[in-house]
Design a protein. Structure first.
Length: 154
């Protein structure tokens, strides 16, 4: 996860619920000027977003960036595909995993690193329903333990 000098704009909480996160990558993103202004204002949603490798390039699809209020004719389509910037060998490795091992590439967060907009993407494997139930049970158990420890200390 990004560290200092970083402002997180949006997180994809659904990704951690729906997928096992195997490996994370930091990618740049190709945007227009009004899109950057809209992202800085926090008008972005990653809920339904996913990534696709097409013609040797990585594309981010279904990420919604609301049109910038003062953008008028310069605003772009809010759901247009946006190119992610990664090294060629990283893209090829991601593509090989998606093709052979049944992985998905999912965006986890969008953040500002200095003046640049970055996307944290991850190689993920889908969870089955029983995996989600196991995670929920473990979370509840941890919550109960924490509650008991807190009461004991007071």
């Amino acid at each position: 996860m990004p560290t200092s000098g970083v402002k997180i704009i949006a997180k994809n909480q659904k990704a951690y619920h729906e997928y096992f996160v195997e490996e994370k990558f930091e990618a740049g993103i190709e945007l227009s000027g009004t899109e950057v202004k809209s992202i800085r204002a926090g008008s972005i949603s990653l809920k339904e977003a996913w990534c696709q490798v097409k013609d040797g390039q990585l594309w981010l699809r279904q990420m919604h960036i609301a049109p910038y209020d003062k953008g008028n004719i310069f605003n772009k389509d809010p759901l247009r595909p946006r190119r992610l910037l990664l090294h060629k060998r990283e893209i090829l490795r991601l593509y090989a995993n998606v093709r052979q091992n049944g992985y998905s590439i999912i965006p986890l967060s969008v953040y500002l690193k200095g003046s640049l907009v970055k996307v944290e993407i991850a190689l993920c494997k889908g969870k089955k329903l029983y995996d989600k139930r196991d995670d929920a049970a473990a979370r509840d158990a941890k919550r109960q333990i924490d509650r008991a420890m807190k009461e004991r200390n007071h």
